[in-house]
Design a protein around this ligand. Sequence first.
Ligand code: C2E
Ligand code: CA
Ligand code: CA
Length: 481
Amino acid sequence: MDAPLALILLDRELPDATGVEVLAQLRADQLTENVPVIMVTGTERRDVLTACFTGGASDYLRKPFFGAELRARVQSTIDRQRMLVDLGRAAHVGSLTGLPNRSLLHLRLQHAIDQQREHTNYGVAVMFIDFDRYKLINDSLGHEVGDQLLPVLAQPYELATHTVRTSASVGIVHSSGGYTQSDDMLRDADIAMYEAKARGKDCFVIFTPFMRESVHNRVLLENALREGIGTDQFFLAYQPIISLETRRLHSVEVLVRWRHPDLGLISPAAFIPIAEETRLILPLADEVLRQACRQFVHWQREMPELAPDYISVNLSRVQLADPSVASRTMAILEETGMAPHCLQLEVTESQLMQHRNMALELLTVFKCHGIRLAMDDFGTGYSSLSCLQEYPFDVLKVDRALTENVSRGRGYSALLHAVMTLADNLGLEVVAEGIERLDQLVLLQALGCPLGQGFLLARPMEAQAFLDWACDPAVASEEAA
Ligand code: C2E
Ligand code: CA
Ligand code: CA
């Protein structure tokens, strides 16, 4: 049978068998199970019609009938069948891509798993593929643009004429893990895919059971984070930035801290990436900025001679791509009575590279409002030095990795010297981050580095400890020396 059957007209009163028995056979056969059947019958007795419909008939036609009546019934049955098929397809096909969707995948995968359990020489594997920059596009350009990209990703790439810059992370799981449910297999493939992303993307990872634990921890942290925001679990630490020439306090960097009632103190390096992925960073960042501004305004009012010139707050990559960040920031400044020129925002080099145009636009808006800007972690990304000139920065924060190496040889100190000369020419202040040892401090001073930050000079401190420290800078300087 080449073309699929559109419809079967079946006489209930067949000579050798009753039509209802034939109907049962048609429904049991894979080839005809979904073909609509119109029963032709000489009676409209209720028990007869009930037997037809419960047997799977779509409609019936009473004998004798006219051609027009037959045509109309056939047409309406075919139309209805077509609609049902379309609806069924819609339930199994993504409306954007036209590709089979998750629910069809579950059905097919479950079928494959069941088969595999019956036949020992049969195996199933799932590859979970994620396009690495897809989320970034959604985050920065919005879901509408992301949705436009999706059908494109579903097509094969024209590699010869275009340079395709997309990469994928792949998680793989095999049925030898003893799976009985498609859900479990897909979940583990997803876990392996996340592991591939964590290993630097653009690679594949085969699932192993211990990966489940790290995901479990992550989910735990994510839930704790969701519950913790808006409570007093989050507080701020202030790390002084000091003039290397006069040893006096210049400014402070604001660093968020999270003390969870059960999990204890959790490092920002552990929770900021999760807060970013879940976008919980947006309310958290507002909270940090609000607390920091209140604290600064308080210092200025209560101890103007000890207060830093300004506070420096870290901006997340998610904020950089959020169209409301500028207005929210300005609203918080107004609410807390904070002068814009007393606030500095820190942006890392890699953030800039991810959001080049948007970043320039946003940083320019901040600048126009009088907010200071710092490039953070300089020397860890891939930006060219020329990018310093393109963006309206006031401060260049040289990353710990560069500071660390300054005493390791002339090459490194020459590099730092070059960076400082350039920054000086561009009118940027330079802060050397992560000063831990005296030899680093001495060399940085010899190179003429104006500002420094690091454990040797002062650790991040809570507000009260910072106040004690600021009250006695002489003691602090002696400790540092
Ligand atoms: P960062 O912006 O580079 O902040 C400096 C980090 O280096 C801080 O770690 C600080 O404690 C640490 N540090 C300072 N001096 C030294 C030193 O001499 N040696 C060493 N080994 N480390 C030093 P922290 O507080 O754990 O923060 C880690 C990162 O978390 C920060 O790196 C920043 O990227 C992020 N972060 C912290 N607070 C916030 C926040 O409020 N918002 C956002 N978006 N990110 C934040
Ligand atoms: Ca920083
Ligand atoms: Ca930094």
